[in-house]
Design a protein around this ligand. Structure first.
Ligand code: ZN
Ligand code: ZN
Length: 334
């Protein structure tokens, strides 16, 4: 109960004062530490649980492995993964494999992720192959990225974001045959159209934006502001991605001739910067995942404008501040 409302200290106190600790209380406490980003505490508690003679189950191991994964504790993760199988005879399921693979990808050790898959004989699902494609691409290992993409396509993915991930990658590397292959499969699988939408609430009013939207009364100012910011961002190292990446559907507004192309969240952020007082946090919501270009430009906007900018996309929360993002760039692998 305490864990759910986010107060780990209270949960810990209640746990310590419990007359008897059951498997459920141990496991929920370990999971609490794991979710609150306190991996060492999660590990320590797990060891105490074992000493107390309480048998962990597969859920306990998911929490434990995700704590190790998040903290990048490779040795510990491998140790517990083996322990789960050998000592407790628990067959790993997709969540356990996912934690391990996620960890290697986060650390940029994509080759280790692949050898882990090979060694264990695990067959990744759509989500895991997608994260491998994104991770390999982000860490510049295109050979493995293309390999993972082929594996992903064999699964005939269902999620539209998976297709966008693949299209973005193939477009930016000018692999037009692969682009055609992905588009064909999208039609076959009837995955629908992805619409790029973002919104921002200012003084109880919600403003919606499409990509390249010019319908807002202050559109000219928004575009002007973005242009200025992008110029300043370039001066401090921002490089726009050469091949404009997709994340909007074909029926979205086309950019006016000669003007910049903006995904919806950039427009919403610009409105936030214009209409809220200096120093106020700008909060935007986006219905799909941010692309890399928007992610890297908004990072710099936070620095240039000295603002905290929060973008909640369909996958995670990005808290941009002082030129950095809380996701550690992991979320912007698209
Ligand atoms: Zn974008
Ligand atoms: Zn981010």
């Amino acid at each position: 109960m305490y864990n759910k409302c986010g107060c780990i200290q209270d949960a810990n106190k209640a746990f310590l004062e419990m007359p008897t600790r059951t498997f459920v209380t141990w496991t929920s406490m370990i999971s609490g530490y794991s979710q609150h980003g306190q991996p060492q505490e999660a590990i320590q508690l797990f060891e105490e649980m074992r000493l107390a003679g309480v048998r962990p189950n597969e859920i306990t191991f998911v929490s434990l492995l995700s704590a190790c994964s998040y903290a990048g504790l490779v040795e510990e993760a491998e140790h517990y993964f083996d322990m789960m199988k050998k000592e407790y005879c628990i067959e790993p399921v997709v969540d356990h494999y996912g934690c391990m693979i996620d960890m290697f990808v986060r650390l940029g050790r994509v080759e280790d992720a692949f050898s882990f898959i090979k060694r264990t004989g695990f067959e990744p699902n759509e989500a895991i192959w997608s994260s491998l494609v994104a991770g390999c691409r982000s860490h510049g290992n295109m050979e493995l990225a293309f390999y993972a993409a082929d594996k992903l396509l064999e699964l005939k993915p269902k999620g539209i974001e998976t297709y966008i991930l693949l299209l973005n990658m193939y477009i930016s590397t000018e692999r037009w045959q692969d682009v055609a292959r992905v588009r064909k499969l999208m039609k076959q699988e009837d995955v629908g159209i992805l619409r790029d939408r973002s919104w921002i609430t200012i003084k109880d009013k919600v403003y919606f934006f499409r990509a390249n939207d010019r319908t807002h009364p202050q559109a000219t100012e928004l575009y002007q502001l973005l242009e200025n910011l992008l110029e300043k961002a370039k001066a401090i190292g921002y490089e726009p991605y050469q091949n404009a990446e997709l994340s909007d559907s074909e029926d979205d507004e086309k950019p006016a001739a000669g003007s910049l192309k903006h995904h919806s969240e950039r427009l919403a952020v610009a409105l936030g910067l214009l209409q809220t007082p200096p120093g106020a946090t700008v909060r935007v919501t986006k219905n799909i995942t941010m692309c890399r270009d928007c992610h890297s430009s908004i990072k710099l906007f936070s620095l240039l404008e000295n603002r905290e900018i929060i973008v909640r996309d369909s996958k995670r929360l990005h808290k941009f501040k002082d030129g950095r993002c809380s996701c550690g760039d992991f979320g912007a692998l698209l």
